[in-house]
Ligand binder design. Structure first.
Ligand code: MG
Length: 240
């Protein structure tokens, strides 16, 4: 299984609030257009790279997401008023492959900085806050708008998160259009497409399993299996 793609990412762009039931569970407003933020590539945690680390004082949430590994440069990718089939085909052509990702989030940090109107960077950017799977070949996902994302904490049944990507509010062409209207999407960039409902906390000692299913079958390369541990270090959350 290959993880070389992770070295090529010059940026990781994440869509927020792209599933209606997740917006509801966090009492957020439904966006009028896709909105996004960045995670530093240094937050990636590759398979076998050790546990997700919980910084002191931080309530860490999991958010399972389909990740796009981009293969083409996209700038001002227009979708409005264009033929849908053409737009879909061009968006798919720009994608090189896929991965599964978990957008770990310091929820109390985020709530605090959101309330103050400050950037989300700290809440999203800690080391290990982006567990990512091995590379999933494009051929394994015939339709990225029709896969199931699954995440389970401590082998609970049913899974904590288990929903189809067909519930995305903004489909992939709209996501690519929105991002590329602001910043050039470069080959190797990784785009996280938002999380379905069911997010929640993990604490040291927990274990997270996640995967992508296509037609009820788990894609082996997409599997993430990771422990959660204390971070240590000098960070200690102090509300702004
Ligand atoms: Mg997210």
């Amino acid at each position: 299984m290959s993880t070389a793609f992770a070295e090529k990412a010059r940026k990781v762009v994440c869509i927020g609030r792209n599933y209606a039931d997740h917006i509801t569970e966090l009492n957020n407003a439904r966006p009028k257009a896709p909105f996004f933020f960045l995670k530093p590539p240094s937050s990636m945690l590759l398979p076998g790279g050790g546990p997700v680390l919980v910084p002191r004082g931080v309530n860490v949430h999991y958010e399972v997401e389909l990740a796009l590994v981009m293969g083409q440069t996209l700038k001002d990718f227009a979708v409005a008023g264009r033929d849908r089939a053409t737009v879909n085909a061009e968006a798919l052509a720009a994608i090189e492959g896929y991965a599964l990702a978990i957008d770990m989030t310091g929820r109390n940090v985020q709530d605090n900085i959101k309330a103050k109107g400050l950037p989300w960077t700290t809440a999203k950017g800690f080391d290990t806050f982006l567990p990512i799977s091995a590379y999933v070949e494009k051929s394994q996902i015939p339709d990225p708008a029709n896969v199931t994302l699954s995440l389970t904490v401590n082998k609970q049944s049913p899974p904590n998160q288990y929903d189809s990507t067909n519930l995305m509010l903004f489909p992939i062409p709209e996501i690519l259009s929105s991002i590329s209207s602001v910043m050039t999407i470069q080959p190797g960039d990784i785009i996280l497409t938002g999380t379905p409902k069911g997010v929640g906390s993990v604490k040291p000692g927990d274990h997270i399993d996640a995967s992508i299913e296509v037609d009820g079958k788990v894609i082996a390369e997409s599997v993430i299996s990771v422990d959660v541990a204390d971070k240590g270090g000098i960070y200690d959350f102090v509300p702004q």
